[in-house]
Design a protein around this ligand. Structure first.
Ligand SMILES: Cc1cc2nc3c(=O)[nH]c(=O)nc-3n(C[C@H](O)[C@H](O)[C@H](O)COP(=O)(O)O)c2cc1C
Length: 356
């Protein structure tokens, strides 16, 4: 198989979304198969380790992008998920059988992106919403909130979770370390370009100002976290629809949730509809269930969990994987960069022969 063809596949796979654009994956090619393995970038600071929900969601998105390449090029392929994919060694692998001389680039993964700006208020086509509502992957499914009362209830959950998030030192440090304040920093290829955040004038100076946790903690005593959470929750409340990815919480099924999220996100972007993910509710519920929620927020998180279950009519084994705010964009956002291909793609044959 032509290595340049596989490199092109890897570049498309790497367009997958990841929390704060950390790209916690590596694609390893052994001549027959591509394996998706964990890459703990800046491990010391990472709040999302190898087996975390956020990492597994991203892995699902990488799988979906690779599958888009396989389908666009009409090649035969076999996927394998190990018994314990959460070890990340590998998460999944795919054997590729032959490839056409030309690489056909699927549009979906390249058009998919995050849009954090406000959306127009016009409703989305009902036919499209019905169609999306039928998308499934394994036990993962979609629930759409279009009713203003339901959207407000979900926005309120975003607000409460966001307050907790802004009061969590670990998450604050992680967010600040992800921000890329200059074009040169953004060009490194990971993290969040501050220009992609849709901040009001002065927003970037504000983030520099609150970068120091001690200062943030003092301002939180005056209620800054409440103000920031209120701002964060204002957009989901006004969105034409909130699309919730729901599924089961074991590693294989979280990966399914990531596949479904990426599929629906690509479809929406291809149809000119903007998508903005909100992970804060899932993350805070996960932190609550593992005893990692910030002290003082336990009772509120317990209520958030209960209210999420009621609002989305979750079955006992189900959980919320992700909320997507969707609507027609008013503005085109700056697109996030990706790490250089050498950082995320490895030809294992080349590296093993170099050892001898
Ligand atoms: C698990 C996960 C959690 C995310 N959480 C958020 C979030 O809470 N807010 C947000 O604005 N973007 C969120 N994102 C979007 C990423 O920041 C985004 O995918 C990444 O920066 C790459 O940008 P792109 O989607 O434009 O390619 C999340 C993505 C993933 C996969």
């Amino acid at each position: 198989m032509d290595i340049n063809w596989v490199r092109k596949l890897a570049a498309v796979a790497a367009r997958a979304p990841s929390a704060d654009n950390t790209q916690p994956w590596m694609l390893r090619w052994n001549g027959d198969e591509v394996a998706i393995v964990f890459a703990g970038r800046d491990r010391a600071k990472s709040v999302f380790p190898v087996d975390s929900h956020a990492t597994l969601i991203s892995v699902g998105a990488v799988i979906e992008n690779i599958q888009a390449v396989i389908s666009a090029n009409a090649i035969s392929a076999e996927w394998r998920l190990p018994a314990a994919p959460e070890t990340g060694q590998p998460y999944a692998s795919v054997t590729l059988h032959g490839a056409p001389a030309n690489f056909v680039t699927p549009e979906g993964p390249l058009r998919r992106h995050t849009n954090r700006f406000p959306f127009r208020s016009d409703a989305l086509p009902e036919g499209l919403l019905d169609q999306l509502g039928n998308y499934h992957e394994g036990p993962s499914r979609i629930s759409l909130l279009v009713d203003p009362v339901e959207k407000s209830r979900m926005a309120r959950l975003v607000q409460v979770c966001s307050e907790a998030r802004f009061c969590t030192e670990e998450l604050h440090e992680w967010l600040i370390s992800s921000l890329r304040f200059t074009p040169a920093d953004a060009a490194r290829g990971d993290g969040l370009d501050i220009a992609s955040l849709g901040l009001p004038p002065g927003g970037r100076h504000f983030f520099r100002f609150i970068a120091n946790w001690k200062r943030m903690a003092s301002l939180n005593r005056l209620g800054l976290h409440k103000l920031m959470a209120l701002i964060e929750a204002s957009l989901p409340a006004k969105a034409p629809a909130l699309l919730c990815i729901i599924g089961q919480g074991n590693p294989r099924n979280i990966i399914c949730g990531g596949r479904l999220m990426e599929r629906v996100w690509m479809e929406l972007n291809l149809q000119g509809i903007g998508v903005h993910p909100y992970y804060v509710v899932t993350d805070q519920i996960n932190r609550f269930s593992t005893g990692k929620v910030t002290a003082g927020f336990e009772a509120r998180m317990s209520k958030v969990e209960e209210e999420t279950r009621t609002l989305l009519a979750l079955q006992p084994r189900e959980m919320l994987h992700m909320i997507l705010r969707i609507g027609y964009p008013k503005l085109s956002p700056v697109r996030s960069e990706r790490l250089p291909l050498e950082t995320i793609f490895q030809d294992a044959r080349a590296s093993s022969s170099a050892l001898f």
